[in-house]
Design a binder for this molecule. Structure first.
Ligand code: 4AD
Ligand code: MG
Length: 431
């Protein structure tokens, strides 16, 4: 192993410790015979003082000419110095350029957003992006831990599929050796098959939406955390959703104070503590009406409606019992009022809107067939999905959580693409 020590460890070492660090030159300031390098690695940034006469001449010259983002090996002594950022500096004795930058690093202050996105492969070196990606990893790890601890079994589902889950309008069509196929919008139907074997399952994988809407909250490829439970009704799955989200927020809070500080953010886990308010679609319409926003009964909410509604709440909240025409065909109509379904969206407060969608599924064969026909779909396309209702069908429920949506809300990011390493939007499949 070439590397033995991270910057964050060096920052904690006592005065006079001998260290060797491997990293990249984030910035450089030359004051005659003294050069200050900001050495960056994944764990932080430390100032390195390179003095003529202290390091061999050839190495001093290398430091002098090294461009930003050159990779270097630095050895020297730890000095506690209040003038240094973080109060610590390395007095360099040896310096080696391992991988020089061949050109000026293109990402610098003042460049345009489009340029930064076109150079995302370089921009992700920024401490801010690194902090977001670390938090993303911990958010997912907290989710997995919680689901595993509650007995959910992870499954992996296909991305090539033959029939829509969430309606044809957002399907990506592909040529599958001369046959028509699609990229999946959700793993839900495969999970529904899996519960007859594993009862409680979850998956974490990309979903695809050919969504032309250029909003701050739509991606064409997003990471979908989905779960499905046998013998569960609407209220059971709502409890799972709120407990899971709380565990995810708590996981980030407990593991990522340094990163949150870097992002100048405070998270209050109590603001995500269950139980979450539950309002029905009908009540949501009333709230919107009082705010002067008219929604026709049966219409799904757009970004504007969701934003206005979610300004009314301090905590994430469920909008339950949607009209059957507003959502996909598989949702279970309510026994008392079959015009609405036993489903729910979870909306994040503060104008962010939907982060989770889910509910109870139709488990009766005839009822599902009727809903497929009612939606103008071809039952042939859903043959295997209908089959699941033919052999030992049971009440079941599930949900899908948009990973980037949750991060976007939790970290108050300007745009959902900031939650991705390499975002995919209608305008962007490169880099
Ligand atoms: O509400 P959606 O469309 O629900 C489903 O796909 C269900 N089949 C999931 C299930 O029950 N297993 O999508 C679920 C979530 C949304 O709440 C949102 O967070 C996210 O996926 N999502 C998107 N995220 C980013 N960009 C998009 N274009 C998204 N579309 C949905
Ligand atoms: Mg939805």
């Amino acid at each position: 192993m070439l590397k033995k020590l991270y910057v964050e460890d060096a920052l904690k070492m006592p005065e006079g410790s001998e260290v060797e660090l491997l990293g990249w030159i984030r910035n450089k300031r030359i004051h005659g015979g003294l050069i200050f390098l900001d050495l960056r690695d994944r764990s932080g940034i430390i100032q390195v003082a390179v003095k003529r006469g202290v390091v061999p001449d050839g190495e001093f010259e290398q430091a002098e000419s090294a461009l930003r983002e050159s990779a270097v090996r630095v050895s020297g002594t730890v000095r506690h110095d209040p003038r240094a950022p973080n109060g610590v500096e390395i007095r360099c004795r040896r310096l080696e350029v391992i991988g020089p930058s061949l050109d000026d690093f293109p990402i610098r202050k003042g460049v345009k957003v489009k340029f930064v996105l076109d150079n995302r492969h370089l921009h992700i070196r920024s401490p801010r992006v690194a902090a977001i990606m670390k938090i993303r990893a911990r958010l997912l790890s907290a989710a997995r831990n919680w689901l595993e601890s509650r007995g959910f079994i992870e499954v992996n589902c296909p991305s090539f599929i033959t029939a829509a889950v969430e309606g044809g309008a957002t399907l990506f069509e592909i040529d599958y050796f001369g046959r028509k196929a699609y990229l999946t919008q959700s793993s839900q139907f495969y999970q529904e098959a899996a519960i007859y074997s594993l009862e409680k399952v979850y998956s974490l994988q990309p979903s695809f939406r050919a969504e032309l809407s250029r909003t701050r909250r739509h991606l064409t490829e997003f990471w979908h955390l989905e779960a499905e439970m046998a013998y569960a009704e609407l209220e059971d799955i709502l409890k799972v959703i709120e407990e899971l989200l709380y565990a995810m927020v708590l996981g980030v809070y407990e593991s990522s104070q340094r990163e949150l500080e870097l992002l100048k953010l405070k998270i209050d886990p109590d603001a995500a503590k269950p139980p979450y308010p539950r309002i029905s679609y009908a009540e949501a319409l009333e709230i919107l009406d009082r705010k002067g926003i008219k929604v026709r009964w049966g219409d799904d909410f757009g970004a504007d409606e969701e934003r206005e509604l979610s300004k009314e709440f301090e905590k994430p909240f469920f909008v339950t019992y949607w009209p059957r025409e507003a959502k996909a065909f598989y949702h279970m109509p309510d026994r008392e009022n079959p015009d609405v379904c036993r489903n729910a969206d979870l909306l994040a407060p503060g104008g962010f809107g939907e982060i989770v969608g889910g509910g109870q599924r139709i488990h009766d064969y005839d009822q599902l067939l009727e809903r497929i026909r009612e939606n103008g779909l071809n039952p042939e396309d859903y043959k295997w999905y209908l089959d699941l209702r033919k052999y030992g069908s049971v009440p079941h429920s599930g949900f899908g959580l948009g990973v980037e949506r949750v991060l976007w809300w939790l970290l108050k990011l300007p745009h959902i693409r900031d939650a991705c390493l390499f975002p995919r939007t209608p305008a962007r499949v490169y880099p």
